[in-house]
Design a protein around this ligand. Sequence first.
Ligand SMILES: Nc1ncnc2c1ncn2[C@@H]1O[C@H](COP(=O)(O)OP(=O)(O)OP(=O)(O)O)[C@@H](O)[C@H]1O
Length: 260
Amino acid sequence: MALLETDSIAVRFGGNVALDDVSISVAAGRVTGLIGPNGAGKTTLFNIVTGLLAPTRGRVLVDGADITRLPPYKRAHRGLARTFQRLEPFVSLSVRDNVRVAGQIRDTWRRRGSLGIGKADPRGRGRLDLDRETDRVLELVGLTDVADRDVAELPTGQARLVELGRALMTRPGVLLLDEPASGQTEQETEAFGRLLRRLAQEDGIAVCLVEHDVGLVMDVCAMIYVLDYGRVIAAGPPDVIRADPAVIDAYLGSAEEGAA
Ligand SMILES: Nc1ncnc2c1ncn2[C@@H]1O[C@H](COP(=O)(O)OP(=O)(O)OP(=O)(O)O)[C@@H](O)[C@H]1O
């Protein structure tokens, strides 16, 4: 089931076309990849989906409902969560408090009765036990051992997991990850791949992954969209994408050389 869809999205910055007729579908319970060269429009599409930018044309649908005109916070209430390419944790707080505070925010939404996707939270009622939930998420993302350290002390790879933990505290139905593996060691990336699969398969989250680590993308994604100059040039499972001459030409040739 497609939890997130973009329907013919176009974005123009002045005379530049950043996105042109982009339709993607992100299903619950699997990881969908969005790849392409620098400047292809991946982050711009995330900005459209989360409401930081308005499209020139097209629609964004969550669970079938048109959210194109909703402000970002209302989209978050409907179960959209995102991590950013540039990290912005609360550096003066511990890892635990960084994660916990996102749960506090969600708790406020719940008290105001403004949560949208009940499905993302099967319990759906009562006060979230914040401490227990924080511990669960820290364990899930593998940060229990460093929970009391200041985020500022963490290497980038682990700091990215803090961001993921914060996103998970909102119990998202749709999780958008913008280059989450950059700065991770090879070992961290392997564990991260397993975590992504688990979030999709066990928690039913619709994960959308923007990532330049092609190995990770091919490994975890059930479906991949390739953007080039703002257009979808290919869509399909990893085997199809890997063998697509247009994709090799536009991206994979250089990306895999770069990784070698
Ligand atoms: N606010 C903006 N104003 C003008 N042009 C922009 C703006 N944001 C993005 N662009 C342009 O839109 C295009 C798409 O950029 P975008 O950052 O979405 O690409 P990307 O695929 O995420 O690239 P990367 O892999 O380097 O992160 C680029 O040509 C970029 O210069």
